[in-house]
Design a protein around this ligand. Structure first.
Ligand code: MG
Ligand code: MG
Length: 254
């Protein structure tokens, strides 16, 4: 069942979303060759707790950290570690925070130092996939429109979309109905209604879409070892269209 949110609830989700946005902005600025992914995890947890919120990921189904730290061929759910980011890596950070009972969830992929043009383009196209998906978030559209927007743009650029992991509804719990795949057919699937809140998260692979789970039980990598990029926002659907909740600051429209 898809749980619609009231305006008041969306206001709370804007607060948790903006916190996550600020955390990701800060971590993006900290990324440089030599920093460990564990240092970034500690900063995220500190910022979240200092804001009176909880790091949603920590303890979620036993996940041990506040961020997912996925480097290069790691798609999602990587563990922060003493690995030092190095020039040429692409690094995806996924973060969630629970504030006053509501969850915000967002992810971004950051180039470390100077990165190969082909890999930079993968990040750029992944962000464009997210933007195109967000533009589909109008009442009356269908879930399939979102998936299609991602898939069509990724595949037009010669990439593939991950099928084994998907976006999701979000609210008091991080993962609510519906599942939001990064593939689909236009006009199919449940109708999008005002009050729905979705975490839309394209995972785009340079090579094939096949994935493999590492022995730690969490880290998902590409089967072919080629890089993958990830971008995610929490989006509220309003009568007027999409509102991105996980920006670092509120955007006031005039
Ligand atoms: Mg996420
Ligand atoms: Mg998510």
């Amino acid at each position: 069942m898809i749980i619609g949110k009231s305006k008041r609830e969306i206001e709370k989700m804007r607060a948790s979303g903006q916190l996550v946005g600020r955390v990701l902005q800060t971590l993006r600025e900290m990324v440089e060759p030599g920093i460990t992914t564990m240092e970034l995890d500690r900063e995220a947890e500190k910022m979240i707790r200092d804001a009176g919120a909880l790091p949603t990921f920590k303890g979620y189904n036993g996940f041990p950290y506040s961020i997912c730290a996925s480097v290069n061929e790691q798609i999602v759910h990587g563990f922060p570690s003493d690995y030092k980011l190095k020039e040429g890596d692409i690094f995806s950070i996924d973060c969630g925070a629970t504030l006053e009972g509501f969850v915000g969830d967002s992810a971004t992929t950051v180039p470390v130092g100077k990165v190969d043009d082909e890999w930079l383009k993968l990040i750029q196209v992944t962000e464009e996939c997210l933007e195109r998906a967000i533009r589909q978030c109008h009442p009356g559209n269908h879930l399939g429109d979102i998936g299609w927007a991602v898939q069509e743009h990724a595949e037009a650029n010669g990439y593939s979309v991950v099928r084994d992991y998907v976006g999701h509804g979000i609210g008091r719990r991080m993962h609510e109905d519906p599942q939001i795949p990064n593939y689909g057919r236009p006009g199919l699937g449940p109708k999008i209604k005002a009050g729905y809140v979705f975490a839309i998260e394209p995972m785009v692979n340079l090579g094939s879409h096949y994935t493999k789970l590492l022995n730690d039980g969490w880290t998902v990598v590409t089967l072919d070892g080629l890089p993958s990029a990830h971008a995610e926002h929490t989006i509220a659907i309003t009568e007027d269209g999409p509102e991105v909740l996980t920006l670092a600051a509120s955007t006031v429209s005039v």
